[in-house]
Ligand binder design. Structure first.
Ligand code: AMP
Ligand code: MG
Length: 489
């Protein structure tokens, strides 16, 4: 496509990150794409961004979505960051195969990063080839959009474009790029990197960017950088609570995959729970279960502690005082997390507003114990409870082993008059079930995009049960035991 390069799309991309933080931004270009083919386009999101879907489908649009024909004045950069990966410190990670094309100013005034993944090697690529395969990029599209429609903050998928280039993994796979947007790509690892450079002015500039972009109330706080830490802590606590409520397992919660904005980012070996068990870990590279479902609240606090360490020089000149203040602020995490989780559990159980906390908490805890004992399918069990609130307990009852315990629990629960309509709005019918995602990605890798597109459509309205979609609501007929996800990168 480089021989007859089309005129770039008329899109204005800002370069505020590149301008404000040159130490973290390496100007770079996307690799050429032999034969770009649009596999998915998120038209709804394009319109939110003020982009015309028809333009994005044109040769100039594909130029933008592959980074090969960028708008005049744009400054694509690879971002530098560091991170703790599975607890081990990596001083220099950065975008090895990704580029920030720039920031889009939305019609409503917000800013969103436009970012590519799979756009070729950068100086941060280390041993990697800089590329991505069709399957993992479509996987990010499917799962990130599912989270969005479940009401969970996340980066958004704009498009997946096949490159026509083969990518060598265990086998040769068709290559692709993902174009995604984010509130920003500032990560805990961005702060760790800035701190590691030992330049307090840079760290302050980075923190100021984060405040301006995500947590503007911190600006007027008595201690703005402590307030930033508090705001990120609250946003992350709320995010993890939402993951826990729907049974989402991120899979690789390294500090470079934890945003300052509170959006879910970097969909690698992520998956949804089938059988309810807090020890569930799907990722083939997470042998110790560090990032298992039930570990996510704890490990997120650990990640926030790394952010706090990075921010110390901005919090107070006296290190002891800075540590005391940061520690006190991290203590807010568990209260926020618990409050968010408990409020969500109340909605999942349809509990009335005024119900006492101890009653509500005991109902939730006892139900989870029953679910765990049987290893019930998380999504369908919760949804079937609505029928129990409407008077038909049998569908849920049929899923548990200890019928007497379930009946006793049900009697206590129904005595508080749960509202099934509230439950239906908070217990999804459709989540990206592992077997459905695998089936759709396998078809797409073989050239058939039908199943992926259907899955994306189904997951766009996860709470609305629709006739004909029964198989999307059901657990894996083969049981799904031992399902593994691979970074697939
Ligand atoms: P991730 O596991 O996707 O969060 O990536 C961790 C780090 O590895 C980041 O610095 C990525 O940019 C880099 N990386 C992952 N895959 C590749 C690849 N195929 N080529 C170059 N860098 C990569
Ligand atoms: Mg990452």
């Amino acid at each position: 496509m480089s021989t007859t390069a089309p005129t770039p799309l008329d899109v204005h991309l800002e370069h505020r990150f590149a301008d404000a933080l040159p130490e973290l931004a390496m100007a770079w270009q996307a690799e050429d794409v032999p034969a770009a083919t649009l596999l998915t386009l998120n038209e709804e999101h394009a319109l939110e961004l003020g982009l015309d879907p028809a333009h994005l489908r044109s040769p100039a649009g594909l130029g933008l979505l592959t980074g090969t024909v960028v708008p005049a004045g744009a400054t694509p950069v690879a971002q530098a960051y560091a991170g703790h990966q599975f607890g081990g410190w990596s001083p220099r990670l950065g975008d090895g195969r990704a580029l920030l094309l720039g920031e889009l100013a939305l019609p409503d005034g917000r800013m969103r990063d436009l970012h590519l993944k799979g756009s070729g090697r950068t100086p941060f690529a280390r041993g990697g080839d800089g590329l991505a395969a069709v399957g993992p990029m479509l996987r990010e599209h499917v799962v990130s959009e599912a989270l969005h429609h479940l009401g969970i903050p996340t980066t958004r998928a704009l498009a997946v474009v096949a490159t026509g280039r083969e990518v060598r993994r265990e086998t040769l796979l068709p290559g692709a790029l993902l174009a995604r947007t984010a509130a920003s790509h500032l990560r805990v690892g961005s702060f760790q990197y800035a701190r590691s450079l030992g330049d307090p002015a840079l760290l302050r500039r980075l923190a100021d960017q984060a405040i301006d972009r995500h947590h503007p109330d911190a600006r007027t706080a008595e201690r703005p950088y402590l307030a930033l830490l508090e705001a990120v802590t609250a946003a992350q606590a709320a995010l993890v609570a939402q993951w826990m409520l729907v049974g989402f397992v991120h899979g690789v919660l390294n500090t470079d995959n934890v945003t300052i904005s509170g959006e879910t980012i970097d969909y690698g070996p992520c998956a949804f729970l089938d059988a309810y068990d807090p020890a569930t870990s799907f990722s083939s590279i997470d042998e110790g279960g560090r990032y298992a479902y039930g570990q996510q609240p704890t490990v997120t606090l650990w990640n926030l502690a790394r952010l706090a360490e990075a921010l110390l020089p901005l919090i107070d000149d006296d290190e002891e005082q800075a540590v005391a203040l940061a520690t006190a602020s991290l203590e807010g995490y568990s209260a926020t997390y618990t409050a968010r989780l408990d409020a969500g559990m109340r909605r999942k159980l349809g509990l009335p507003e005024g119900l006492a906390d101890d009653v509500a908490n005991a109902l939730a805890a006892d139900l989870l114990a029953l679910m765990r004992e049987t290893g019930v399918d998380h999504t369908s069990f919760w949804r079937r409870l609505s029928a129990a609130a409407r008077g038909d307990a049998e569908p849920a009852r049929a899923m548990v082993l200890d019928l007497a315990a379930f009946d006793a629990w049900c009697e206590r629960w129904r005595a508080v008059d749960p509202d099934p309509a509230v439950m239906d709005r908070h217990n999804p019918v459709y989540v990206p079930r592992n077997h459905l995602v695998e089936e759709a990605l396998t078809a797409a890798t073989g050239g058939d995009l039908g199943p992926v597109r259907t899955l994306i459509d189904v997951l766009a309205a996860p709470y609305d049960e629709r006739p004909g979609l029964e198989r999307f609501a059901q657990p894996d007929p083969d049981g799904g035991a031992g399902f593994r996800t691979f970074c697939g990168t």
